[in-house]
Design a protein around this ligand. Structure first.
Ligand SMILES: [Zn+2]
Length: 113
């Protein structure tokens, strides 16, 4: 389960940001997950609960937003929103696609106190 490793890394990052900003605690972390990243938001939420248990961030909420990916067709050049379920060009049905965005996971906001 690589979501567990990702949550672990996320927790370290949140801790670092909290220290850098001298926060006493963190209410919530907003996370954008690209739909082409292969990361399942549900697993991510479960793993987050697991990694924060017993830490100073045990009350920190993880707010996940799925952002659509964008892919470009290498045959006809069309750009379109894509997800891993149907990676096919809507214009020419080509399977030769280049993911342009949506493969990342980004912390968009941290609400501390
Ligand atoms: Zn195409």
């Amino acid at each position: 389960m690589h979501e567990l490793g990702l949550c672990d890394a996320l927790l370290k990052k949140v801790k670092q940001i909290a220290e850098d900003n001298e926060l006493e605690g963190v209410n919530s972390v907003s996370l954008d997950i690209g739909m082409l990243s292969g990361v399942m938001p549900n697993f991510m939420a479960d793993c987050w609960e697991a990694v924060i248990d017993g830490t100073p961030f045990a009350e920190t909420k993880l707010l996940i937003r799925s952002v659509p990916g964008v892919a470009q067709c290498l045959d006809c050049g069309a750009s379109f929103e894509a997800d891993l379920e149907k990676l096919v060009c809507p214009v020419c049905n080509s399977l030769k696609l280049n993911p342009v965005s949506g493969r990342d996971m980004t912390i968009t906001e941290i609400e501390g106190y």
